[in-house]
Design a protein around this ligand. Structure first.
Ligand code: ATP
Length: 363
C-alpha cells in the first residue's frame, strides 16, 4: 500500500458522547484514497458510531473529521461524496431492480434517462444486468444485497461506507461476496470503509484494519501486521487463535528475553520495549507457528503430553499439557503433502516453535 496516497478521511481526536457515556474516546486515524479499510471490533466497541459520524448521520462531540481536506460539518450531506450500504438492504418492494437502483439518482436531480443509464452501469458492475426487471422478492438474499450495493455505487461516490453488509448471508455466500467486494473495490478505485465484528472477514478483505475496543483504537495496520505483530493482549486474543499466557521475565539481554512459563519450563523470545527482569507479562504463540516432535525434547523445545487431538478438516489441532505448566494448542495442516505427524492422546511429545513464534505483549 503506497504511503503517499491522498487522504480520504482524516479523523482527528474524535469523541462521541451520548449523555455521559463515551461511545468513542478520542480516536485519530486516517483512511487513504482508494483503500479497503476495515473497522473491526466486538459488539458495542463504537465502529458503527464512527461510521455514522463519517457519513454525517451523527455529529462529533469533540474533535473533527475531514473528508478530502474539508471539515465534514461544513459540507451539507448532499455535497458529501459518500454513500452507505446498510446491513438490511431496505429495497422498495414495489419497484423493480433497475428502478430501485436509479431511484436515488432521480432524487439527486438526475434526469430519468441519466438515472436509468447509471443504474444500468451499476447493475453491470455487480453482475445483475439480467435481473433488471425483477422485483426484489424474486431475488435471493445475496442478489438483493448486490442490488443494494449497486444502488450505493450508482451515484459514483468517492467513499463507500459498508455497515456489516454481509451479516445476513449464509457462510458460503458471505465468502463469495467477500471476494466480489474486494474485486469491486479494486476495479472502481472507490475508498471502501467496511464495518465488521468478524476478524476472518477483515483479514480476507482489507488493505488496512483498525481494531477497536470500548471506544478506543487498539491497533491500526495491514492485515498481516495485525495478525503477526499484535500490539497488545486484546488484539492478539481477538484476531485469530492464540496461546495466550502470563510469563515471568527471568533475563533480558541483547534484545532477547528469557521467560519462565511455570513448571520449570522456559523459552527465549524477542524482548519488547520497557520489559525488565522480574516483570510479569503476557506472551502470545500462534498455534500454527508451533509443531510437535517425539520426545526427547531438543534444547529450546518443551516436553509435554498430548491431551486431545482434534480433526478440523483443513487442520489438525493437538492440545498438549506441559508437565506442571501451561497448556498449548498446536495446529498443523491436514495436507497429504505435509509431513506433520499426528500424535495420540497420552503420548509424550515435544512442542517446538518456529523462529519469532513467541511474542511478548504490552497489556
Ligand atoms: P455492533 O457490532 O453491535 O453494531 P458497534 O461496535 O457498532 O456494535 P456502536 O453501535 O457504535 O457499536 O455503539 C457503541 C456504544 O454506543 C454502545 O455501547 C451503544 O450502546 C452506544 N450507543 C450507540 N448509539 C447510541 C445512542 N443513540 N444513545 C446512547 N448510546 C448509544
Amino acid at each position: 500500500m503506497p504511503q503517499d496516497r491522498e487522504i480520504a478521511i482524516d479523523v482527528r481526536d474524535a469523541v462521541k458522547r451520548y449523555g455521559t457515556f463515551a461511545a468513542l474516546k478520542r480516536i485519530s486515524l486516517t483512511i487513504r484514497d482508494n483503500e479497503f479499510f476495515t473497522l473491526l471490533g466486538p459488539s458495542g466497541c463504537g465502529k458503527t458510531t464512527l461510521l455514522r459520524m463519517i457519513a454525517g448521520f451523527e455529529d462529533v462531540t469533540e474533535g473533527a473529521i475531514y473528508l478530502y481536506g474539508e471539515a465534514l460539518d461544513t459540507l451539507p450531506p448532499y455535497k458529501r461524496p459518500v454513500n452507505t450500504v446498510f446491513q438490511n438492504y431496505a429495497l422498495f418492494p414495489h419497484m423493480n431492480v433497475l428502478e430501485n437502483v436509479g431511484f436515488g439518482l432521480e432524487m439527486l436531480g438526475k434526469s430519468k434517462a441519466e438515472a436509468r443509464a447509471r443504474a444500468g452501469e451499476a447493475l453491470e458492475m455487480v453482475q445483475l444486468s439480467q435481473f433488471a426487471s425483477r422485483k426484489p422478492s424474486q431475488l435471493s438474499g445475496g442478489q438483493q444485497q448486490r442490488v443494494a450495493l449497486a444502488r450505493a455505487l450508482a451515484p459514483r461516490p468517492r467513499v463507500l461506507l459498508l455497515d456489516e453488509p454481509l451479516s445476513a448471508l449464509d457462510l458460503k455466500l458471505r465468502k463469495s461476496m467477500q471476494v466480489e467486494l474486494k474485486h469491486l473495490q479494486r476495479e472502481t478505485g472507490i475508498t471502501f470503509i467496511f464495518v465488521t465484528h468478524d476478524q476472518e472477514e477483515a483479514l480476507t478483505m482489507s488493505d488496512r484494519i483498525a481494531v477497536m475496543s470500548e471506544g478506543e483504537l487498539q491497533q491500526l495496520g495491514e492485515a498481516r501486521e495485525i495478525y503477526e505483530r499484535p500490539r497488545n493482549v486484546f488484539v492478539a486474543d481477538f484476531i485469530g487463535d492464540t496461546n495466550l499466557m502470563e510469563v515471568t521475565v527471568d533475563k533480558v539481554s541483547g534484545g532477547r528475553a528469557q521467560c519462565h512459563l511455570g513448571g520449570g519450563h522456559s523459552l527465549t523470545c524477542d524482548a519488547v520495549d520497557g520489559v525488565e527482569a522480574g516483570a510479569r507479562v503476557h506472551m502470545s504463540l500462534r498455534p500454527e507457528r508451533l509443531f510437535l516432535s517425539a520426545q526427547p525434547a531438543e534444547p529450546g523445545s518443551l516436553p509435554g503430553t498430548v491431551r486431545e487431538t482434534i480433526y478440523i478438516g483443513t487442520d489438525i489441532a493437538t492440545i498438549v499439557d506441559l508437565e506442571d505448566g501451561p497448556q498449548f494448542t498446536v495446529r498443523s495442516s491436514n495436507s497429504t503433502r505435509g509431513n506433520a505427524r499426528v500424535f495420540e492422546p497420552g503420548q509424550n511429545v515435544a512442542v517446538n516453535m518456529e523462529t519469532g513464534a513467541a511474542r511478548l505483549l504490552a497489556d
